[in-house]
Design a protein around this ligand. Structure first.
Ligand code: PMP
Ligand code: GLU
Length: 396
């Protein structure tokens, strides 16, 4: 019966981060002790002050549909946050609250992409970008980067990827999956290239903004040259450990925000009301209040880099943010380990799942076939155990 599915959906890839997490869950339900390092999901509890705000909202009987683009006081909290943390100035009509940053990205694609439009993606990019773009008839255009340049595109590379069909550039900084953080100079260089291309828009995904070990996050939208053409995407899943609460948001030119609002009004009617109330409290707080999680992530990053450094053929950059390492494991391609042939990164990820009981994600999902992604949003004990198992499986 699957032949009746739309061509659009037949051509859509399954999210490999979610697929790997499901596979790990399935193996666990069969009694296997799988360590899940596939999903980018903080393992912290939600901070108590946010829990309390949600409980209060229930007791205060917040239960109705909210304005489609979010409660006014949430939009004001977002406006203050953008000003406080990012030097970005927005009015309420430029803010749209959505069901996760993922829906915010989907809205942007819905309102800006016409079939055949090209969207430039520096590789590696977050797993869902390419498929959201394709779902809207857009064409992802990849810019290859590598470990030597810290997986970051240069202005020169960007310029040579631009064609008459280029509509947008999408990227995340800190980057999922490489953890790379663009410096102020690098963002300035990108904005200088884009200055004269008045029909090209930038989608800046800043969901890992606070998980930045160097500090001092810079938003590309703060550069005057392209501020009128930048959509800044953010959310609470990562920094506030609120993945399941599903709140993301954008700050955008008003005409784009209005269009996203229109789409959302037909598709979801708006984000969950209790989660929105809780997020007002989260965003109004000083980010120092969640710094304990960032400090812990940094210490885990140092640990996992040190441990992976002892494994031959796991070549890592030093990620300055997010909570992933993205080792180049191409050293193993063409090798046979105990009857398991490793031809590519997907084989390596499967090998680690089956032989080391460690779930990771193949780099193919992020546009880089030489790497795998390992999330270190897990306890130190789990990280130590996982790397021990990986080492043992590879040494067999
Ligand atoms: N962008 C990036 C780079 C991400 O890693 C994620 C992870 N979920 C998202 C967007 C989507 O986040 P959300 O949970 O807010 O939908
Ligand atoms: N962003 C997380 C990840 O990359 C969560 C999974 C997802 O939303 O796809 O693993």
């Amino acid at each position: 019966m699957e032949k009746f599915l739309s061509e659009r959906v037949k051509n859509l890839a399954t999210s490999q981060t979610l697929a790997m997490a499901a596979k790990a869950r399935e193996l666990r339900s069969e009694g296997k002790d799988v360590i899940g390092l596939s999903l980018g999901e903080p393992d912290f509890n939600i901070p108590d002050f946010i829990k309390k705000a949600a409980k209060d909202a229930i007791d205060q009987n917040f239960n109705s549909y909210t304005p489609v683009d979010g409660y006014t006081d949430l939009k004001n909290a977002i406006i203050n946050k953008f000003k406080r943390d990012n030097n970005l100035i927005f009015s309420p009509s430029q803010i749209v609250v959505s069901t996760g940053a993922k829906q915010a990205l989907y809205n942007i694609a819905s309102v800006l992409i016409n079939p055949g439009d090209e969207v430039i993606l520096p590789c590696p990019y977050w797993v869902s970008y390419a498929d959201i773009i394709k779902l809207k008839g857009g064409i992802p255009v990849e810019i290859k980067t590598n470990i030597e340049n810290d997986f970051k595109m240069t202005g020169e590379q960007l310029k040579s990827a631009i064609t008459n069909n280029t509509k947008m550039v999408w990227f995340s900084s800190p980057c999922n999956p490489s953890g790379s953080v663009y410096s102020s100079n690098e963002l300035e260089e990108i904005s200088t290239v884009l200055e004269s291309f008045k029909n090209i828009f930038v989608v800046s995904d800043e969901i890992y903004e606070h998980i930045n070990y160097k500090g001092g996050h810079i938003s590309i939208g703060a550069f005057n040259k392209i501020k009128e053409r930048t959509i800044t995407v953010n959310g609470v899943s990562k920094a506030f450990a609120m993945t399941g609460w599903r709140i993301g948001y954008i700050g955008a030119p008003e005409w784009i925000a209005r269009a996203c609002n229109k789409v959302q009004g037909q598709v979801t009617s708006g984000a969950n009301c209790i989660a929105q109330r809780a997020v007002i409290t989260a965003l109004n707080e000083n980010p120092e209040k969640i710094k304990y999680m960032v400090d812990e992530f940094e210490s885990r990053r140092n640990l996992i880099l040190e441990l992976l450094g002892n494994i031959i053929g796991f070549n890592c950059n030093v990620p300055d943010g997010a909570f992933y390492v993205f080792p180049d494991i191409s050293f193993y391609f063409g090798k046979n380990i105990n009857g398991f042939e490793i031809k590519n990164a997907s084989d390596m990820s499967m090998f680690l799942l089956e032989k080391a009981l460690v779930a990771t994600v193949t780099g193919d999902a992020f546009g880089n076939p030489n790497c795998i992604r390992i999330s270190y949003a897990a306890s130190k004990e789990q990280i130590i155990k996982a790397v021990d198992r990986i080492k043992a499986a590879l040494e067999k």
